[in-house]
Design a binder for this molecule. Structure first.
Ligand code: NDP
Length: 495
């Protein structure tokens, strides 16, 4: 073999003499089990697929950096936010939610917006969506909700009855449903949408003062969406259009960017606020909590290998750094458990050692040991228990998050649905959307809801009516439903 050519080897490094012909007994076979190269090649191929993410299966990702543009040190001690001009490497994965790994990028769906900041204090993950709210506010409902967005257990088809039955029986979803069925439910590309933390998080400073925050990543490409018809066309002409767009834009040097803004609420404001500030079905109005700028995120490098870097990328809203912590948001609390758990299932207990998931700006010093696919030196001979008197890594109480006051009875507290749960969907319809937005919203809702049973259509339309009378009336008219019946149902649910 010429010196400049690499020799083909087995996975264990042995040179392979022939990769076209299996070893057989005679030219017509049968194949010999002693052809270990054949056996190894087939066996590895048989194991190429790992479990698909149960949600957010279809995605695309890229590397870049985050640069601080404004001083927020009075709110957080996070080192990566400590200085104007400071840059931190990031990896961002965009995704759709309900579809399988091969589904179309232009589906009507929320989009995932998950950022991993490789900071000097460990990896901080901001695992958000392109919408500032969510369908439900209790994690106990999440598996049921997702089942309804996926396939019917008997037909294996998407099922409008399941989809709308659950939503109509979960009226706190009305705000998110209104955003999803606006043209924001079909972003033109991943570059042309905002990202939101949706949840409230805690920021705390060096003095131990804390604040509640919501994060908004505003696209500097401008928000652009498909109409329902454009999205439908794109689904059939290029199911991978957003994946392609992201890759091609970065490859040609057109680096997409987002401006990070945060809304800040003090604990005193949170105590008296007119609704639960930790309820993820609601935004904090900008007039009450004006967004302040923090920095800018730029994507400038495509991954070199999709499986290694995007499929194996694992984010968790539980990956914090000192200066950032959780809030009591119940949905967030469920996610703090679920993300690590799903990655352990999908990738194994040592998934944090994979290069895309491992810290890049600091080193891990933990007492975790062993487990399948432990691919570093497993701590060598250093102590594997705490406390120890052999110089093992010690906890630093100085980085502790401030204590927060909680009280109440341990119970399954019901969340009473009230008028307050319809206000923001109504505000969005009345105050933010244009006439054209209304037209598209009604058309998008009607073209989907018409496939559900009539009684489900009626109940769901009564929720639109409760958000805004005109909104409900127009959906009823588009579906050929009795407005009086819709009104009666809306009034009954008030009682
Ligand atoms: P504002 O007028 O201050 O904010 C309106 C916001 O609505 C803007 O941030 C805008 O985002 C966003 N928006 C514009 N068109 C749409 C659309 N078709 N679908 C969803 N969002 C859209 O008012 P408020 O803060 O009082 O909020 C009013 C309503 O706006 C809320 O009830 C909520 O539905 C929606 N909204 C509010 C956000 C918030 O954090 N306060 C964030 C996003 C939506 P952009 O600047 O990107 O164009």
């Amino acid at each position: 073999m010429a010196d400049d050519k690499k020799a083909l080897t087995t996975g264990f490094g042995m040179p392979v003499d022939n990769d076209l012909n299996s070893a057989t007994a005679g030219p017509k076979g049968p194949a010999l089990i002693q052809d270990v190269h054949l056996i190894e090649k087939l066996a590895h191929f048989d194991r190429e697929r790992i479990p698909e993410r149960v949600v957010h299966a279809k995605g695309a990702g890229a590397y870049g950096y985050f640069e601080v543009t404004h001083d927020v040190t009075k709110y957080t001690r996070a080192k990566f936010l400590s200085q104007i001009g400071k840059r931190t490497e990031v990896f961002l994965r965009f995704s759709t939610v309900g579809g399988e790994k091969g589904s179309a990028d232009a589906e009507r769906d929320p989009r995932g917006f998950a950022v991993k900041f490789y900071t000097e204090e460990g990896n901080y993950d901001m695992v958000g969506n392109n919408t500032p709210v969510f369908f439900i506010r209790d994690p106990l409902k999440f598996p049921d909700f997702i089942h309804t967005q996926k396939r019917h257990p008997a037909t294996n088809l998407k099922d409008p009855d399941m989809f709308w039955d659950f939503l109509s029986l979960t009226p706190e979803s009305i705000h998110q449903v209104t955003i999803l069925f606006s043209d924001r439910g079909t972003p033109r590309t991943y570059r042309h949408m905002n990202g939101y933390s949706s949840h409230t998080f805690m920021w705390y400073n060096k003095k131990g003062e804390y604040f509640w925050v919501k994060l908004h990543f505003k696209t500097e490409q401008g928000v652009q969406n498909f109409t329902g018809e454009e999205a439908e066309r794109m689904r059939s002409t290029d199911p991978d259009h957003a994946t392609r767009d992201l890759h091609e834009a970065i490859a040609r040097g057109d680096h997409p960017s987002w401006r990070l803004e945060v809304q800040i609420m003090t604990p005193a404001q949170a105590k008296d606020y007119r609704f639960d500030p930790f309820d993820i079905t609601k935004v904090w109005p900008h007039a009450d909590f004006p967004p302040i700028e923090v920095g800018r995120l730029v994507l400038n490098r495509n991954p070199g290998n999709y499986f290694a870097e995007v499929e194996q990328a694992a984010f968790s809203p539980g990956n914090f750094v000192p200066g950032i912590g959780p809030s009591p948001d119940k949905m967030l609390q469920g996610r703090l458990f679920s993300y690590h758990d799903t990655h352990r299932h999908r990738l194994g207990p040592n998934y944090h050692l994979l290069p895309v998931n491992a810290p890049k700006a600091t080193q891990v010093h933990s007492y975790q040991r062993d487990g399948s696919m432990r691919l570093d030196n497993n701590g060598g001979g250093s102590p594997n228990y705490w406390p120890n008197s052999f110089g093992g890594p010690a906890p630093d109480p100085e980085v502790a998050a401030p204590p927060i006051e909680v009280s109440g009875l341990a119970a399954r507290h019901t969340y009473e649905l009230g008028d307050v749960d319809f206000v923001q969907a109504g505000d969005l319809y009345r105050k933010v959307m244009t006439d054209q937005d209304h037209e598209h919203l009604i058309r998008n809702v009607a073209s989907h809801l018409k496939n559900a049973q009539k009684r489900i259509q009626l109940l769901q339309t009564s929720h639109f009516y409760r958000a805004d009378k005109k909104y409900g009336e127009r959906v009823a008219q588009a579906l050929g439903l009795s407005v009086d019946e819709v009104k009666r149902l809306a009034e009954a649910s008030h009682a």
